[in-house]
Write a protein that binds this ligand. Structure first.
Ligand code: SAM
Length: 245
């Protein structure tokens, strides 16, 4: 059986290790590139995610595919000393950069670091009040399995937020965005990180990712309810939210 790695068709067993290579390769420069490539706008997308999370002091939060920990950092302050945040990622290089950044920011006792695959989360049923996956789902081989696994470990009443690239709603914006991501992005990857292939994968994986309505249906298929989404920056990104009832 095969799956997609960007536009390439690869054997299903190969995708995870190809994705791992990409993130080992970009980990050290990930934060700088994120700011550069999104002109800093990823900070606003993440801020909205935090606002919609409903997280309160004492809550348990899972930030899966959490990478360098931008969301974890904010959640750690929101849940306070009686709460906990789990920063989980499949990639040890990304986790290491994340842990160093959080420690540098004085984040301590209420954060745990777990190396885990979103497809088979190593937590008991009904563990978390909120789960976030930001710019992570498109890298996962079996997205349905990942959504089911997240639904399983959410507490009843808990929220799943998926922040991910999506489909621009305006054709003009789509043209400009295609130019940007297929020409400029690999060039920036080449110049700043000497790694055009990783940034080409990034652009391609965005195009292959399910659009707004498809992802909504996938979340409902995984057992989440009241699923809704908000388009951000003209649909370049969408924030989906579902509740486990
Ligand atoms: N959430 C962070 C953010 O928004 O800045 C990091 C996003 S980064 C683009 C994607 C992350 O997904 C990488 O750290 C990668 O290692 C992780 N990832 C890829 N496949 C995964 C999987 N199957 N399970 C868990 N994490 C995965």
């Amino acid at each position: 059986r095969t799956t997609h790695f960007g536009y390439q068709e690869v054997p299903i067993e190969e995708k995870a290790s190809r994705v791992a290579d990409v993130f080992h390769s970009v980990a050290a420069r990930y934060d700088v590139m994120n700011d550069l490539m999104s002109f800093g706008v990823h900070r606003l997308w993440k801020r909205l995610t935090i606002e919609r999370s409903g997280v309160r002091p004492g809550h348990s939060v899972l930030d899966i595919a959490g990478g360098t920990g931008d969301l974890t950092l904010k959640f750690s302050r929101m849940v306070g000393p009686r709460g906990r945040v789990v920063l989980a990622d499949i990639n040890e290089s990304m986790l290491r950069v994340g842990r160093d950044k959080l420690l540098d920011n004085g984040v301590g006792g209420n954060v745990e670091y777990v190396q885990a695959n979103a497809e088979c989360l190593p937590f008991p049923d009904n563990s978390f009040d909120c789960i976030t996956i930001a710019f992570g789902l498109r890298n996962v081989t079996d997205k349905d399995a990942a959504l089911r696994s997240m639904a399983r470990v959410l507490k009843p009443g808990g929220r799943l937020l998926v922040l991910e690239f999506s489909k621009p709603t305006n054709p003009l914006l789509t043209r400009a965005y295609d130019e940007y991501s297929f020409r400029l992005l690999p060039l920036m990857g080449q110049m700043v990180a000497n790694d055009p292939d990783s940034y080409r994968y990034l652009a391609e994986s965005i195009r292959m990712h399910p659009d707004q309505e498809t992802l909504k249906a996938m979340m409902e298929g995984a057992g989440l309810e009241r699923v809704e989404y908000t388009n951000l920056t003209g649909g370049i990104v969408a924030l989906h939210r579902g509740i486990k009832l």
